[in-house]
Write a protein that binds this ligand. Structure first.
Ligand SMILES: [Zn+2]
Length: 218
């Protein structure tokens, strides 16, 4: 069984990799892992992710109450907790501002859901959710309906005028999903520059989603 100290080291390592990729500039971005059904390990606010230390992570419960908090938890706590409350299968969440994906989120342009087979198989589609104020608690009255739907059904999403969120059944998968999301956003910029899109048929999209599901189960 993985100890909570091992998980802390994994979060710190992942945060450094995301910072090196340029996905979490300055003190932005945050990540978390589920310790058990009621507790979450999460990054603190106001620190550059490249310098994060395992002992600086906070432990909170699903209501957002601090159980072990040396530093103030990330202001995007509400977003992480909403994902864990809505999806018992989610074990990790990464919120970042990767530049190409964030450009789409700030332009209000959706990423096409039917042009790249690998992305369809891995993520189905990547919704662009409505704007909400950073730091929102995202409890029921504050939760945009499309964000709720995205959290319940997708592992990657764009947050309007803000950035991106990915989920996974492990931190490694949530990280990979963020990497894939940004890579796909760059591909879409190229596709849009070329001025045409060769779309997959609805049957091909359905077959790819089915194929991805088999890999995810395996
Ligand atoms: Zn953010």
């Amino acid at each position: 069984m993985v100890s909570s100290w091992d998980l802390r080291k994994e979060v710190v390592d992942c945060a450094r990799r995301l910072a090196l990729l340029g996905f979490m500039p300055s003190t932005s971005g945050n990540l978390s892992v589920r310790l058990d059904p009621r507790r979450v390990l999460i990054t603190p606010s106001g620190l550059p992710k490249s310098a994060l230390q395992p002992g600086q992570l906070d432990v909170i419960d699903l209501e957002g109450d601090c159980l072990e908090c040396g530093l103030k938890p990330t202001s995007e706590l509400g977003l992480h907790l909403a994902a864990y409350r809505l999806r018992p299968d989610v074990m990790a969440a990464v919120h970042a501002h990767p530049p190409a994906a964030t450009a789409f989120a700030c332009a209000g342009v959706e990423l096409p859901a039917d042009i790249a087979s690998e992305v369809v198989a891995a993520l189905k589609s990547i919704p662009l959710t409505s704007f909400f104020m950073p730091g929102s608690k995202l409890t029921d009255p504050e939760m945009p309906a499309d964000l709720r739907e995205a959290l319940q059904t997708r592992d990657a999403m764009l947050l309007s005028n803000h950035g991106a969120l990915t989920l996974g059944n492990s931190l490694a998968i949530a990280f990979q999903n963020m990497e894939l999301l940004e890579h796909y956003a760059k591909i879409c910029l190229g596709v849009f520059q070329l001025g045409r899109q060769k779309r997959l048929s609805p049957q091909e999209v359905a077959a790819l989603i089915d194929l991805g599901g088999k890999y995810r189960r395996g």
